[in-house]
Every structure is written in structure tokens, then in C-alpha cells.
Design a protein around this ligand. Structure first.
Ligand SMILES: Cc1cc2nc3c(=O)[nH]c(=O)nc-3n(C[C@H](O)[C@H](O)[C@H](O)COP(=O)(O)O)c2cc1C
Ligand SMILES: O=C(O)C(=O)c1ccccc1
Length: 359
């Protein structure tokens, strides 16, 4: 999205900022088998973390500056050296062919249209090289899950580097799957006929794959030749150790409330992580970001970017690539609108005092 230079463009009820995410989810549910909609929407255990995530962002309040003469805001930024038009990116999510026939390629085109960063899951339903080649100039990160065979995991890391991904995201909050009770109740299983994506061509022999430790950050950095981001960090001490081990980015996340539950909300964990990391690495955050004001709050707390999961899912389900682009443009327009209202000129330097705890 271009820098927004025309406050008059923000007439009530007219612009893309009037995105209604709740309506989008409702619409998506009418298009999906109920068990698939539940798989996408659900969390782990009693879904405490899932439910608290959006409310945690709303535990902050904006402190608008007035009379600053602000008539344009800057939305573009740089993430690990890649230029993006918006600080709102697409989080990795699995099995996108279940959501729309275009799958990950549709999301890639939608993200590119919005100038947004896309993170591609290991559990994609298209090969990592094919997704990288879709809108190849638009920056993408590859998210790595540990595979049964260590050789397969290493191979994925190497191929991500060769395919043109700009960073390798190690998801560190999934040593084992969370217990997702909706999937149990629905007897949900991923359909066997989904496109194979990144499973090894010859079928992997289940070998003993060691669980990851901090040392794997440096190892996967070397294998891939890419900067490494640790996704799923919720503590300052862990964040500091990741950075010490060579991480270029820390991604604060509860995995959309799908792993341990109840855990601290991303919005509440973010300040401690930012404090522990300082200027040594970039910090990102996801979980329950549902409005431009949530994005502005995250940036004020020190995040360089935010990511969205479910909103991208509902966008792809309801409108394919155009649906993803509309969702991202809508959230970005809401962010611009909120920045204009609050006198914040630049997403790269949102002051901490732009927000205060609600009371
Ligand atoms: C259906 C679904 C699948 C997901 N698959 C992955 C995945 O493959 N890899 C990963 O690192 N995170 C995965 N996540 C977590 C997201 O990357 C992200 O952390 C989370 O959805 C953000 O919260 P939000 O949905 O409230 O925006 C998944 C989330 C959902 C809802
Ligand atoms: O990561 C997830 O949350 C997720 O749902 C998933 C499911 C299967 C494979 C990989 C990820």
C-alpha cells in the first residue's frame, strides 16, 4: 500500500478500512465443511489463550497527539533487509489447499498484491520452490518444522535457501502437537488426497529425529544460508538465548492458542521479549491481531512487524488471492487511519508513549 497522503480519503464508511473480520469468518464458515472450519478456528485444551488473545491487545489504550500537522503516514518498512509496503505479514498456516483450490499460491499472489511478507509453512500443499516462484520478487520466509527424518529436515532448510526465501523461521513451540479438542470431537483427519507439498519424494523412513535445542539455530542458519527467526518465544530469557545462538529475529507467538494452554497472551509477553532482545534482533508478534489499532499497539511495544493467521485463512477461503489482498489492504488501511488519528507518522518509529494501559 502506498503511503497514505490524503486524510480526506478516510470518509466514514467508504474505505477498505471498513473490513469486517467477524463477517469474513462467518462467510468462510458457510463455505467450509464444519470440521475444517473448526480445525482452522480452534485452539488447544479449553481455548483460554485463543479467547484472551484479542482482548490482550485491547488492554492498551491509544494516546493521540494533536495539532502535529500530520497529513501522510509511512507504512513501508524493512524486515531483515526485505522491503515491504506494510508491517502486517501473513503467518504460516498448514494445508491451504483445504481452504481454496489455489492454496499457498493464491496466498502468495494476495500477499504480493498488498506488498506484504508471506511466511510459507513446511506443511504447505504446494512444493516450497513453487510457492517461492509465485510472485518471486515479493519477499517470503520459509517456516521449518522438524521432520521424522533429520536428513529431510536438513534438506528442507537447504532448499529454502536455494529457492529464494529471505529467512528461515524455526517454529520452536511445537515439540509435540497441542491437544486440540475440537479436532478430537470432530474426528478430524487431514484428507489423504491433498497435494503433497514438501513430503519427501520417496516417502520418509521414520528415523529418530532429535528434539531441537538452541544449537539448532546456528546449524540451520549455516545449512540454509539464511537469517533465522525463532517463532513461538514467550519469555525474555529464551529470547536472549536465541539471539545469543544467532537468531536474527524473535517471533512472539502462542501459535494461535493451539499449543500449550493457558499461556501468557502475546500482547503481554511482547514487552519482556523486546526488553531482553534490545537492538540485537528484530521482534515480531502474532496472535489475535484483528484491527489496525492492535497493530499500532504492537509497534508501540517494540515489534517491527505483526503477522495474522486466521484473518488470512478467512480471506483465502472467501475470495482466493483477492480475498487475501482485501484483508491485508483493509487492516493496513485501518492502521493508516489510526496513525492519522493519533499523530503517528511512521511505522518504523512508533513511540512507546503512543499507548498506555487501560484503566
Ligand atoms: C490452521 C492453522 C494452521 C497453522 N499452521 C502453522 C504452521 O504450519 N506452522 C506454524 O509455525 N504455525 C502455524 N500456525 C500458527 C500461525 O502461524 C500463527 O502463529 C497464529 O495463527 C497467529 O494467531 P492468529 O490466528 O490469531 O492471527 C497455524 C495456525 C492455524 C490457525
Ligand atoms: O501448526 C498448526 O497449528 C497446525 O495446525 C498444523 C497441523 C498439521 C501440520 C502442521 C501444522
Amino acid at each position: 500500500m502506498a503511503p497514505t497522503s490524503d486524510p480526506a480519503a478516510y470518509l466514514p464508511g467508504t474505505g477498505p478500512e471498513h473490513l469486517d473480520l467477524a463477517a469474513l469468518e462467518d462467510q468462510a464458515r458457510t463455505l467450509l465443511p464444519p470440521a475444517v472450519a473448526d480445525f482452522y478456528a480452534g485452539g488447544a485444551e479449553s481455548e483460554v489463550t485463543l479467547g484472551e488473545a484479542p482482548a490482550a491487545w485491547r488492554s492498551w489504550r491509544l494516546r493521540p497527539r494533536v495539532l502535529g500537522g500530520l497529513s501522510a503516514v509511512r507504512l513501508g518498512t524493512s524486515l531483515l533487509g526485505s522491503e515491504v509496503a506494510t508491517p502486517i505479514g501473513v503467518a504460516p498456516w498448514a494445508f491451504q489447499a483445504l481452504a481454496h483450490p489455489d492454496g499457498e499460491r493464491g496466498t502468495a499472489r494476495g500477499a504480493a498484491a498488498a506488498g506484504a511478507l508471506m511466511t510459507v509453512s513446511t506443511s504447505a500443499t504446494a512444493p516450497l520452490a513453487a510457492v517461492a516462484a509465485t510472485e518471486a520478487d515479493s519477499p517470503k520466509w520459509f517456516q521449518l518444522y522438524r521432520q521424522h527424518s533429520p536428513a529431510h529436515t536438513d534438506d528442507l532448510a537447504r532448499r529454502a535457501g536455494q529457492a529464494g526465501y529471505r529467512a528461515l523461521v524455526l517454529t520452536v513451540d511445537l515439540p509435540v502437537f497441542g491437544r486440540r479438542l475440537r479436532d478430537v470431537a470432530n474426528d478430524f483427519a487431514v484428507p489423504a488426497d491433498l497435494p503433497p507439498g514438501n513430503v519427501p519424494a520417496s516417502g520418509s523412513v521414520a528415523a529418530e529425529s532429535p528434539v531441537w535445542t538452541f544449537d539448532d539455530i546456528g546449524r540451520f542458519g549455516e545449512l540454509s544460508g539464511l537469517p533465522v527467526v525463532a517463532k513461538g518465544v514467550l519469555r525474555g530469557d529464551d529470547a536472549a538465548r536465541c539471539v545469543q545462538a544467532g537468531a536474527a529475529g524473535i517471533w512472539v507467538s502462542t501459535h494461535g492458542g493451539r499449543q500449550a494452554d493457558p499461556v501468557i497472551a502475546s500482547a503481554h509477553a511482547l514487552p519482556e521479549v523486546v526488553g531482553a532482545v534490545g537492538d540485537e534482533a528484530e521482534v515480531y508478534v502474532d496472535g489475535g491481531i484483528r484491527a489496525g489499532s492492535d497493530v499500532l499497539t504492537a509497534l508501540a511495544l517494540g515489534a517491527s512487524a505483526v503477522f495474522v493467521g486466521r484473518p488470512a485463512i478467512w480471506g483465502l477461503v472467501t475470495g482466493g488471492e483477492a480475498g487475501v489482498a482485501r484483508m491485508l489492504d483493509g487492516l493496513t488501511a485501518q492502521l493508516a487511519h489510526t496513525m492519522l488519528l493519533c499523530g503517528v507518522p511512521d511505522v518504523r518509529a512508533v513511540p512507546r508513549d503512543a499507548i498506555t494501559p487501560a484503566r
